[in-house]
Design a protein around this ligand. Structure first.
Ligand SMILES: *Cc1c(COP(=O)(O)O)cnc(C)c1O
Length: 414
């Protein structure tokens, strides 16, 4: 008898996006002529920039020659990519890391889901709420929780509400009682971003209470204010208590290419059952060596091209395109009477649903009246109820068309 992992049965019905997909398909079947605009799932829409495409072509040609052919790559990634990461993402902002503290991977979804493996099952986990569902679900699968209650809160997970009152950036809790904290800034779904002071309070708290911060900076490239921290290691002391995850997915259109990286500093430690301090770097190295065989050479070449002068310029233009969409959506929905948040340092608009409509009711109303698809805030956690996420990843035309339809349908009543 093959007994299953019963913890999977605790997972709330389906992942959010399959349910959205199901409702949109049902709507399209009923209305085959409706021109649906998808501002739901956070996926990029622009093609790869020319600098990346030429690097890809060259790398494919390398693979066709006896000299250039590459088999399994080096652990943690090729030096040409790791060096570019260290130089441009860290040294340029005053952060010194060692090359072997960078782990190139095939995605931050994977890394943010897998990282919990190196911590004890008894670890007490804190998430901000609403939250990227991967952090919670992977801890449920691992068996760190009980069942979810009616509001979708799993027993055993600590939820810290991100609300209008705290600007969607909650401060650390009073006291300790937590071992692992997931933070995401700029935030998916709320689009909020942490200031140096706010992030500094979390680092100080983690150090005081011997907790580890799992910092997801998948959207760091969307930060437009140079004063805002892009890396948690810009806060001194973070190298002892934080792991950071970054992705090329949103930054350079790599959602289908698959390349990201995770920083595990050698100074970061946890405690073993016998009370010794153990380097998290040692554990993650061992985990990756056993379970991961590196990112394809051609993809790492493409990722390195993001850091070339043309690559930097061209990807910055892509980000500017999405952020202009964010401005159009933010201002347009605001003009339609919605209470709108964020969209300044993230490709997401977070809005309050109209009086009397839950997140899913607004999802259905928006689809029905405007044929625009967004994401219900409640799908990201109980504190997301009453809110809604609109993604700026689309063409200019669609962003403008969505605004005009929404103004037409909701402008008068909301
Ligand atoms: C999109 C996203 C990621 C990126 O995942 P990849 O696997 O690198 O594509 C990670 N974290 C958050 C919060 C995201 O929204």
């Amino acid at each position: 008898m093959a007994q299953i992992n019963d913890h999977y049965l605790k997972l709330e019905a389906g992942y959010l996006f399959p349910e959205i997909g199901r409702r949109v398909r049902a709507f399209q079947e009923a209305h085959p002529d409706a021109a649906v605009i998808r501002l739901g799932i956070g996926d990029v829409t622009l093609p790869l920039v020319p600098a990346i495409v030429s690097a890809l072509h060259e790398a494919v040609d390398d693979m066709a020659t006896a000299d250039g052919f590459k088999g399994y790559g080096p652990d943690r990634g090729y030096p040409f990519l790791v060096d570019a990461i260290l130089e441009h993402d860290f040294r340029a902002r005053g952060v010194e890391l060692a090359a072997d503290e960078v782990f190139v991977s095939d995605g931050s979804k994977q890394d943010s889901g897998n990282i919990q493996e190196i911590f004890a099952l008894a670890s007490r986990v804190l998430v901000t709420d609403p939250v990227y569902p991967v952090y919670v679900d992977t801890n449920v699968m691992a068996g760190r929780t009980g069942r979810a209650d009616g509001a979708g809160r799993y027993e055993g997970i600590h939820y810290l509400a991100a609300t209008e009152a705290n600007g969607f950036v909650p401060d650390p809790p009073e006291g300790g009682g937590v071992d692992l904290v997931y933070l995401c800034s700029p935030n998916n779904p709320t689009g909020s971003v942490m200031t140096r002071e706010q992030l500094g309070r979390w680092v100080a708290w983690a150090r005081e209470h011997d907790a580890v911060i799992l910092f997801d900076a998948a959207y760091d490239a969307f930060i437009s204010d140079p004063e805002l921290p892009r890396s948690i290691y810009e806060i001194s002391g973070a190298e002892e208590c934080a792991i950071e995850m970054r992705s090329f997915s949103k930054r350079a259109g790599f959602t289908g290419m698959r390349c990201a990286y995770t920083i595990v500093p050698k100074a970061a430690t946890g405690t073993s059952a016998s009370g010794e301090r153990v380097s998290l770097h040692q554990l993650w190295s061992r985990r990756q060596a056993t379970k991961f065989n590196e990112v394809p050479y051609i993809v790492q070449r493409a990722a390195a091209a993001i850091y070339s002068p043309e690559g930097r310029k061209q990807t910055a233009e892509q980000i500017a395109h999405y952020m202009e969409n964010a401005r159009i959506l933010r201002e347009g929905l605001s003009a339609a009477g919605f209470t709108v948040f964020a969209g300044l340092h993230a490709p997401y608009i977070w809005l309050r649903t109209p009086e009397g409509l839950s997140s899913w009711q607004f999802f259905d109303a928006l689809l029905e009246k405007t044929h625009v698809v967004g994401t219900p805030g409640s799908g990201f956690g109980p504190s997301g109820e009453g809110y809604f996420r609109i993604s700026a990843f689309n063409s200019r035309e669609n962003a403008e068309e969505a605004v005009s339809r929404i103004q037409g349908a909701f402008g008068a009543e909301s």
